[in-house]
Design a protein around this ligand. Structure first.
Ligand SMILES: [Zn+2]
Ligand SMILES: [Zn+2]
Length: 223
């Protein structure tokens, strides 16, 4: 095959994957006796992942005319829209975001979709003789865990103990350079890794940027 034909085949197969994810999300929402929100959100996030930045770059580099690309983009956006609207409605009703205490040393902010771990807070020591730190998880592929120590850690622990997820997120945003990347600022909900489309862009071994798209399609930069 000539390179252009290979590019076209790759694009068609990706388009098939997007369609499969969107129709899977549709089936999950129609499931009886009740919609499978976790599965639907996993699949919409997956559709956003497949149709994300690397796919758009691939399209831009292909020989396919810009008007055709625009039509493909508009068509897949239109196809996913009804699922996203329904998902949004169900998420408002479900809202699983709470703080769960895991044993004596750990706290978890739970995912708005599935109630699984979205952000974890563990008390740990860097070395046996160093002071205890609070280690916060992140969606970033570069800094997966971020330590917090001293007075800020104390403040954070007391907010966690009070169980107010909103206050914890606000505190992380004010005090931490990485903020709280599992929080989608647009829909004001927290999601786990399964329910985000996390796309890292690398240039060789250099990390350029990472973007997370929530299951209802809001994109924010991580890191
Ligand atoms: Zn989840
Ligand atoms: Zn969102």
């Amino acid at each position: 095959m000539v390179p252009d034909a290979i590019a076209r085949t790759a694009i068609v197969s990706r388009l098939d994957d997007i369609i499969a994810a969107i129709s899977g999300a549709d089936r999950a929402l129609d499931k009886l006796p009740r919609a499978d929100i976790a599965e639907a959100a996993r699949l919409t996030a997956n559709a956003y992942y497949i149709g994300g930045r690397s796919w758009r770059r691939q399209l831009a580099e292909s020989d396919i005319p810009a008007a055709t690309l625009m039509a493909v983009h508009e068509e897949s956006t239109r196809a996913i829209e009804p699922m996203v609207r329904e998902l949004e409605r169900l998420l408002v009703a479900a809202n699983h975001t709470t703080i769960r205490r895991d044993g004596e040393l750990e706290f978890v902010i739970t995912c708005a979709v599935c109630g699984g771990e979205a952000v974890t807070f563990s008390r740990a020591r860097a070395h046996t003789d160093s002071p205890i730190q609070l280690v916060v998880s992140s969606l970033s592929p570069v800094t997966v865990f971020r330590p917090i120590a001293g007075p800020r850690m104390k403040d954070l622990v007391s907010l966690l103990e009070r169980g107010n997820a909103g206050a914890v997120i606000a505190h992380l945003k004010e005090t931490q350079p990485g903020g709280c990347d599992a929080h989608c600022p647009t829909c004001d909900r927290v999601y786990c890794r399964t329910h985000y489309a996390v796309e890292a862009q690398w240039s060789g071994s250099w990390h350029e940027a990472t973007h997370a798209t929530c299951p209802v399609g809001h994109d924010h930069e991580v890191d």
